[in-house]
Design a protein around this ligand. Sequence first.
Ligand code: GAL
Length: 979
Amino acid sequence: MPLHPDARYVTDVAPSSGRLVAPRADLAADSAALSLDGDWRFRLYPGVDEADAAASEVGFDDSDWDVIDVPSHWVLRGDGAWGRPIYTNVNYPFPLDPPFVPDANPTGDHRRRFSVPAEWVESGRLWLRFDGLESIGRVWLNGVEIGVLRGSRLRNELDVTGLVRAGENVLVVRVSQWSAMSYVEDQDQWWLPGLFRSVTLLRRPDAGLDDLWVQADRDPETGVGVLTIEVTADDAAFPVRVRCAELELDLTLNHARASVEVGVVEPWGADVPRLYRLDVSNAVESVAVNAGFRRVEVVGDAWLVNGRRLRIRGVNRHDFDPVEGRVFDEALVREAMLLMKRSNLNAIRTSHYPPHPGLLDLADELGFWVMDECDIETHGFVHVDWAGNPSDDPQWREVYLDRARRMVERDKNHPCVVAWSLGNESGAGENLAAMAAWIRERDPGRPIHYEGDHSDEHVDLVSRMYAPLEELVRLTEARPGRPIIECEYVHAMGNGAGGIAAYEALFDTNPAFHGGFVWEWRDHGLLTRTPDGTPFYGYGGDFGEVFHDGSFVCDGMVLADGTPTPMLAEYAAVVTPIKLAVGDELTVTNLRHDSSTADLVFAWVHEVDGVAVARGVFQVPAIEPGASASVALPELALDAEGEHWLTVTAALREATPWASAGHVVSTGQRKLAEVARRRPTGSSAAVAEGDGYTLGDARFDRRGALVSVGGLDVTGGGVTLWRAPTENDSLATMGSYELGDPATTGGFGVPGPSSAERWRSVGLDRLTTRVLSLDVSASGLVVVSRLAAAQASVYADVTQRWSWVDGELRLEVAVEPSDGWTVTWPRVGVHLVLPAGYEEASWFGTGPGENYADSRVAARVGRFSAPIDELTVPYAVPQETGHRAELRELVLTGGGLPEFVVTTDDGSDGRPGFAVARHSAEQWAAASHQHELSAPTATHLYVDIAQHGLGSRSCGPDVRPEAALWPRALAGSMAFRVV
Ligand code: GAL
């Protein structure tokens, strides 16, 4: 049965309709407002057709309805009784049959009574504001239908003057989950219906300041500011006064627009977000506007703000909270943005819709370059080769234009917004072109971005996502004289992305590159529970969805619970604008946009074997943006035995709004010398004993596998080539470099299975061991074994030379691959199984965070300690984690167990790294959520002679060849001791 005529609005292709107020700026006005957030009566129907027609009537009795709090998503309330979230990425979770949507269209009636004081209705106007509802809302006030609202993440205001009564009023909002609009809101995120942003009744005085546009331009040469103020209001609203004490400005506007020169002003920028508060007022209303003086231009291949090229150290950010979904919480968002600032991030792309307006207020205040993106994505049409794509269908033109208008008008006053983005992954078409044309005309002061326009015809910024290095280089040739950015790159899914530093190095080679935005800030895991009540952060498929995209929604530098991942530290270290090169002297380069280094203290510490022996502070002159300075290194005594390292930090001299004094902005390090240690001597013989062998205080079984050391159960000691695949290992959105050289494939690799599939295809996850020889002698035990998998002809031979020297068990390992390997190896590691219960690790090596061959900039050499539980990262999907390269010494303690000490030697393949974890690689690989891991029964120690890099192939390029672990002869040596 077709939809009842009364319900067909859900499939209309149209912008919002009804008593709409023209889109206007988000203004902090002193006129009264009544928040309608809070408890509303709520009833959910299975389809829009089923909604109770009488519910819109004033006298309707809703006393038996449920209660829901607004703002909220109903699927995140009601413990599943109101449906559950659905996650899809590119796919639509309904048939591709525009503009129709399924009959099963969850529809929530929200009803609320509110009172207004009598004087509110006696004079002036009343506007009802909806900041966001997903995906369509039909609204009645006091029984009168007042509008149909569309554009989930856009603001709608309705003029309800004359409809509001003194005393009690009844507002009814019928929100349906699906509508024609869902076709243009196909962003990679949860589908979360509801009234998820605030509802407010505004008292608008007659002749009030309805709309204001304050443009604060600053001549980069002279520093002279020009304010242009545009007032959209009734004639009666004039004169309008604009005052700014700091600028000694007191201007009276008698008509809509005026420009005034305000003398030399300080610029607004992401480093120094200097705001000037303007008071704009007339007889009835006063509005506070934070003006930031800056000029945004695209000149040739330069995207300039205040005359300097931007360097985007950016992140894609969704409005997301693991409990509240897209409901905005200012305090939490501020905290996240402070963490971004502390992590050297200076830019946000509001992927993929205009954020809650509070985000832009915070960005103005704290300093971020913002790319404000419109609420448009039609990605699912890619599966039909974009046939019927709304972006190129004239019937959708007004929808597109309306969305552009509502974004630009709402957000136009924010100095932080330095580019408008038309939307995301919506193919190409006339409607996008029309949006670009409208925006260009309305706001020539900001460049336009849209990654999907590969003709680069309608946009000012040439943008790509996940483009490999080679493709970016090619773009500089294909698009000469144009600024280039990566609007998404280095996909932060699971462990990774690796290879960030290679991008940064490339960006440094050509000024046309303006940096990029990491995909993305935070995992979108939603807090839920297993049937037995264990809380966890769920992803696609955890909410009973029949059709979903799994864990692809968890791809942030911050886990769902807000914990920063090691990638955040790596990104911060790579993109730091304060470059410290510690060579024969210290060279500091300041790549900040607009502040000198006067706020930084450059300190040094000299460590011998990780222990500080001297400290000091460099006298570095204040370096202006773009400039460098060098100073001499301190004179240091380098004769003590051990490794001598000089570590330099650039730290904040004083607290800032985003960090405390002492916060480290950049670190540099150099090994100054190594004075050889005396080598222990005196080895013991291996002897056959019982069913195995004894070597000093170590015991082995009859096949030469370790059984105990110093009386402690330490088993295994064999070589493993397997790691629990990371999501970059197990997904394959781009080609494989294992199958083809990036240089000859444009950096895209050759289409092919994921690394994990390739590894599994040769059985790296199920290697078996066959002992080839076992040699017992006065110098120890030599075990030669062959690792191979069922039905595989390739193998690796492992030689293990065990000796007991000076109270410790030494192991020299050599691995030799057979001919014929066609896949990389995940790792070459010695796996030891210790008793469960160890609590703490302290080590001299690299740290503090996990680090891999292509993700090592944040790691420094030093002494670190951490609880064992913190050595690994609880990624949404369990996977390889916790590797730290170049170990010198590791001490495991706690749990009433004897200390277990590991040391390594520096050999021809460098020093082995390590990982300590509660679970083995096999256990991790078998689980798809952290809570599926069984209670630990052991402590797993991996001493890795090598590990494959991380790459970004879950969405982007493979591990670069430099960081790939191809089968080759490798050797390492280490020692174990029980204290
Ligand atoms: C991009 C898209 C993002 C996200 C990302 C992968 O293609 O724009 O929304 O899906 O890939 O996580």
